[in-house]
Ligand binder design. Sequence first.
Ligand code: TXA
Ligand code: MG
Length: 317
Amino acid sequence: MPTQPTQTLTASSADLARAADLLAQGDSVAFPTETVYGLGGDARSGPAVARVYEAKGRPAFNPLIAHVPDIETAQRLVMWSHMADRLAMAFWPGPLTLVLPLREGHGIAPLVTAGLDTLAVRVPAHPTARALLRAFGGPLAAPSANPSGRISPTTAAHVLAGLGGRIAAVIDDGACDVGLESTIVGLADDTPRLLRPGGLPAEPIEAALGQELVRHHVSDALNAPGQLLSHYAPKATLRLNAEVARTDEVLLAFGGVSGDLNLSRNGDLTEAAANLFGHLHELDLTGRPIAVAPIPDHGLGAAINDRLRRAAAPRDS
Ligand code: TXA
Ligand code: MG
């Protein structure tokens, strides 16, 4: 694709107005959310969404999340339900995405859903994401702002390293707090499903619903089409549950284990989630294989391990 200079914008209202103009023109703009940086495009415009896929080099069957400013806007796009209401009231704005049947007259470009009859929607909590949605005045389709198959960006520098020259602008507003993509819950039928573990642990979601989420393992049929096994991959190979590094490896440690970088010396899973992608990016720059210490599998640890398993999975080159 042709290269273009990528502008770096701030979160000032003048710059957000500039970003909204670029989006209205059909350009792609990367912006911070509380989870990771997203690459936004006008969700009502096929060409704008195509540009997002193109910049990422993303397989066209992998649908995108529509970001909206509030519950009312979401309700205009999808068929709302009692369960959707419970989860939205409890966790929006925040790191939770709901998949619901599209509603008649939704106006969403088919490329956003990759032809599915359901739509993933989310109300982000980050003040800059919210201000941008208000300035733009429409839904933004926004996958994570990384080249397809690479790890998600948690800073504007990560975005520029992966997509500089391929997108119109990035809004630089510091590092993302959560550091993991949103949790995706499927509510397309009567059975609530955990389609992707993420920044909101499953336990509080189940408590709010008063029932368990049906979990899908990566080996199941691709119910979230993005669940390609190798999806969040650094360039280096990854070896999981490593207590010590082999001679040529760098070690990503956790808790008391000592290594080249530590996700959280105190064994705090929230801190580890926020550090995960940044540390992987940094270790990837060494060009050496990465060994990763064991991470407990509860709470946010489940999402961290999910990302690590995908990053470690054999990939087609
Ligand atoms: O935190 C996040 O969710 C970030 C920020 C930018 O909001 N976005 C993000 O988007 O992670 P992306 O495109 O990297 O991941 C979207 C996931 C994919 O796994 C995709 O397959 C799934 O959502 N998805 C989208 N629409 C779906 C649908 N209708 N049914 C099932 N899964 C869907
Ligand atoms: Mg992604």
